[in-house]
Every structure is written in C-alpha cells, then in structure tokens.
Write a protein that binds this ligand. Sequence first.
Ligand code: UD1
Ligand code: CA
Length: 453
Amino acid sequence: MSLSVIIMSAGKGTRMKSIKPKVLQPLAGKPLLEHVLTTAKALGSQKNIVIYGFGGEQVKNTFAHEQIEWVEQAEQLGTGHAVMMTLPVLPTEGKSLILSGDVPLIGVETLQKLASSDSPFAMLTMSVDNPFGLGRIIRQDGRVVAIVEQKDATDTEQQIKEINSGVYCVANEILHKYLKNLDNNNAQGEYYLTDIVKMAVDDGIEIATVSPEYPFEIEGVNDRLQLAQLERTWQAHQAQNLMKQGVHIIDPSRFDLRGHLSVGKDVEIDINVIFEGDCELGDHVKIGAGCIIKNTKIASGTVVAPYSIFENAVVGENNQIGPFARLRPNAITSDEVHIGNFVELKNTQMASGAKANHLAYLGDSTIGQKTNIGAGTITANYDGVNKYKTVIGDEVRIGSNAVLVAPVSIGNKATIGAGSVITKDCEANKLVVARGRQTVIEGWVRPEKEKKD
Ligand code: UD1
Ligand code: CA
C-alpha cells in the first residue's frame, strides 16, 4: 500500500522569539524538520508533503535538495485547515502519516507500528501525568469516540490523562471525505484536524491507538527551554545506546553527539566531548575532555588528550594526539604518530612513527616515516594567492623554529638546523642550516638612561 507523509510545519513558533522559522531551529545539530524528514525517508514513503507558512522561503531553501511536495498554508487556521491544503496533491488511495515538523524525535519503529495497523484510522496516544494543554482522548467502552481540546474540555474531560500526540496514520480516502466538512465552531475558532475522529467514528470506523516506544518521541518544541530539554533527553538517550554497546562514557550528562558515531570495543570518552557528522572510533580509543570531533575516523589504540579538535581527519592506530591539537580537513596519520600541543595539520599526511610534538603548522605537506618535526616548525604554504606543497622524507629531523617555504622537499634522513628558513630543496642525509651565523658586534655600547642627580 502506498504511504505518504504529511508534515505540518506552518506554525510561526512565536515563543521561540526568533527570526528563524521554528522548524529550522537545531536539535542535535540538525534542523527540527530534518529529523522528521530523515524518519519519513526511512519509512520508504512515496510522497513527502510539507505544509509551510511562516518563513516559507527559508524553509524551502534549506531543503532545496530534498524530494518534497511543498504545500502552502498562507493563514494558520488550524491543523485541520493545514491538512486540507494537501488534498489537491494527496493520492486518493493509500495511507498518510500525519506528523509535525516541531515534533522531531518521532521514531521509525513507532511509525511503522502505526502504519501497519489494520484500522484505516490509527493514532498515537499516551497517558501522561500532566496532560494540560493537549487534546484528550474520549473513550466509550474502551473505544475512541472523539478528541477534545484543552480549551473545549469540560472539567471531567480535563481529568483524562490519555492525550493525543498529534501523530496519525489515516487512509487518504478518509481525509478526502471528511476534511471538507470541518468547521471552526470551537473555543479557538480553528479548524481542528482532531474533529475528523468523531466524524469517522459516527460512520462506524474503528480508531486504533498505538503508544510510542519512548515518551520523548511525541514531545513538541515550542520555546527555547523545551528545545534545550529535548536536546538533553535525546543526548541522554544516545549516550545510553553507546553505553549499551560497551562505550565507557564518563558522564553521560556531559556528552553530545550531533550525527552518528560508530564504536569499537572499550572506547572511553571523557566529559564535554562533542561528536559531529559521521565519526568512527576503533577499539581502545580514548578521547580526553573537551574534544570536538567532526567527520573523523580514529583507529584502534589511539589516545587523544584533552581539548583537541578534528574535522574531516583520518587518524591511524596507536597515535598520541593532543592536548590542544588541531587536525583540519584531510589531515591523515598512519600508525604510531605523535601530534602534541598547539600543532595544526591541514591537508597533511604523516607516515608511521612521525612526530610533531609541539607548536607547529603543517599544511599541504607529506611527512615521512619516523621524521621528527621540531617545536615551532612552520610550512609556509601560501604566497597570498596559491598554495604549495612541502614534501618531507623519512627519518628527517627538522630543528626548532624552522620555516619551510613551499614548494620545497627535504630528502630522507636530512637534518635541518634550528631557526632555518628553507627555500630550496634539501638533499638526503645532509645537515642544512639556513640562517645568519651568531656574531659578536664589537664596539657596541648599550644605551643607558641619564641619571638625574
Ligand atoms: C494539536 C492537537 C492536539 C494535540 C497536540 C499535540 C488539534 C486541533 N489539536 O494541538 O489534540 O494534543 O496537537 O501537540 O489538532 N500547524 C499548522 N497550521 C496550523 C496550525 C498548526 O501547520 O494552522 C502545525 C504547527 O506548526 C505544529 C502542528 O501543526 O507543527 C501542531 O500545531 P499546534 O498548534 O502545536 O497544535 P495544537 O493545535 O495546539
Ligand atoms: Ca503544540
């Protein structure tokens, strides 16, 4: 059966107090709406319809690369009115999942359960301690007969703890049949999507209910506080999943994953580490406190000391990195590499056993096996317009404070004297010194301040 997904996203999100439309606010590093779209895609839906209103252009531009059927709801006259806007593009057969762009963590499994219901009208409900503000599920002899909104509910109805999550799976036939009959004779003067429940029941349709696997799946975001709380809930959930896979997370309340992390055995992650994009950690990898690791792969046995930053890097086995190291895009290290404090690598490959232990900038370069880069070494790779390569051979020793002016290459086992400015290629096995000799300036007298009495 064909499945469509309708995502209601026209709400303004006034309480966010933002210039950005609410569904573009980030949770775990991704816009709220992107979470929902990712879930919709995982369900294999034929059609994804997004109902937009406020800030429509911004929303559309953000998802320009996605296959989305955009439907405008110029005025926000209620959830029923919103879904009504989709009727011209909604297939007449099949089912639709109705979701909200500001309920980002709805899960694939929960939606699969909802979509596989035998009933042509299935909804996601849950009993909660504090149902205030939400629609209540009215049952008779256990069967759902209606949904009543908070503002329309009688005192008795307000006692009901079972709430409408606002997530449904409905036969398109039902939507085509009933939406046009909605009115706005209610406390809020809105067209309520929820009113089609009663219409369907009156026609003898039995409503099925499903509960979410996790309560956070149906949590909506209306203000910054809820956004921050849902972020922590989600991070705690992700941390828990990683701990179940055997990761030692020292404090799960100080862990952030904004993307995907795959892990080997006995990985250890200290506090306040942020992972972004797609990251991979091999067996026994240890990540020190405060590191930021983005789209990076770190192989087995490598230890990263605190406050190191990685972006699009590939780190080999048994490296020692940091503290305060920075690996920028296309920094690639082989095995047993050491990169110490205040060392920056960009588009640079270090062969096995190479070391740069302190204070260096290594850009657009290749560094051979067991080569040692002295403290303060700089590859001058940029003339203000073009970038050039530095090629350093195996077992080279670069003395402290050397400047390697690219393009330049240094042969195997060459030694470069401290403080050298290297502008020409250096031969293998030779000692090269390129700096002024130390001299004594005869006759020089240090100026003294005149003494006043
Ligand atoms: C709705 C349900 C309520 C349920 C609650 C769960 C109705 C009438 N009530 O409440 O039973 O408990 O969700 O959160 O449906 N939207 C539009 N256009 C509109 C109005 C809303 O696109 O004209 C979108 C919003 O952006 C949001 C979603 O629909 O993504 C839900 O709207 P919201 O106002 O939060 O829901 P309520 O109507 O309060
Ligand atoms: Ca709401």
